[in-house]
Unconditional design. Sequence first.
Lengths: 173, 362
Amino acid sequence: MLTRRRFVTASAIAGAGLAAGCAARKNSAWEFLSEKDARTLTAICDQIIPADDFPSASQAGVLTYVDRQLVRHFQRFQKAYIKGLNHANLLSRKRFSLDLAEATPQQKLQIVSAIEQQNPEFFELVRSHTLQGYYGSPRHGGNREGVSWRMLGLSEPPIRGSAQYDLASGSRP
Amino acid sequence: MKRWLIICGFAICSVTLLAVGVTQGASLYYAAGHGAACADCHEMAEYASAVHSSPHDNATCTDCHQASLFTRLRHIQVHLAGSAPETIRLREVDVRQMIANCKSCHEHEYASWRAGPHSATYTEIFADPAHISKRGLMDDCFRCHGMYFDGAIRDLVQPQNTRGPWHLSHPELAGQPTIPCQACHWIHREGPPETKPPARISVAGPIVPQSLGFFDRREGMHFAAATLAIPTLYDGPRQLKASPDQRQAICYQCHAPRLPEANSTAAANHWGPQAGSGDDRTPMGVHEGLSCFSCHNSHNESARASCATCHPEMSHCGLDVEKMDTTYANPASKHNIHWVKCTDCHQHGLPRVKCVVTVAAR
């Protein structure tokens, strides 16, 4: 039988666990990625879509897109991302004794090219998600303020007047 | 049996009191932290961060957002279950509650909006016989009216025909506005505090306010006015001169032209979208090139007293333009003020000499 003492103890443990869980999650601004993972992924994504007259992949919110989807529709890719990002840092440290995020743009390009050769599945995964995030709907977290649509010259939201039918008379005014 | 009932009643009361106490305590905690505590939660971090870069930086979350006890408990449940949506959006009821909070700081703008057609209610738009019998009900209505309503047109109005009589399925919406503040204002938008323009400025207008943004129901998000398109319009085959005032891009989202109708002269000659088609009111004729904001107040849409901004100094004939036979003086006039041309009156050609009229002479 659940005594009052046990109930109080269990409540305290649950409360503390909850608080600890929340506190632990506060360490990262992301839902799935750690800060380090996010910096590594930024380095890769920004080599796939670098900034020019328009924002780079990370500036356009691609990381937000990937991070949000990794705890929703892309849960099956969580392991692939963790493994792939660790591999990317490993490659960078081996070649330049630096984490990928700290490398120069030229070094980053070399590493990303190496990933494309050595880990094509992961590269294709990131490339695909980068393009989805950059060109997809902003409602999913990427394409901040529809920036890629403006780049493509798309008028979004479209300007379209409503039909002016006079249904009562059966004709158009 | 009685003892069990007392125990159960006591337990229910205790749990309820605990829940209320915890929730109220949490609310105080969040309010006291100037929004920082709200940002502790992953789901809210982005939104809390955005508002701290916006003109509303000095406001706390609870200055604008209200939440009932039930809503707060739901937030906790969603947070613990990890079932937050990809993009957190305000519900229609949240938006309605916010209007009163907007008013508490922006009283003048609120009064202005309330006095004009942009505060039209659900009854005035969705249950007006004169309107619906002619135009019909369609989901596209929600693009510009009731854009935050969660459902389809059939969920709001019945019957779905042009005979009526119509009634709202949600009677509580009857007197509520269909174009709330958040239809045209993006509150969390980054930017410095805004200042009011000194006066109506014709043609170019001031810099686009950061908060000006169109809420696109389809995407469930705002698009900044600065990023929206201004259409290229034609008067017959001739391309019209358009004001570069980017603020009017918001107006064009609803007061929008249509592509030429099939079998029309414009379509047969491959002319572009015609000014005045659909709900468009782009100025042609003597007012060509003016911005919507050159004449209209943004909140109440009124154009009263706007003529004096330019006339009689810029008038060709020096007459009192406010008394001319246009829809400005008389809504039944056949000369729409948006499209009135000199040749509407001077059908045999314009006078050669421009009349010189001074302000004093007027």
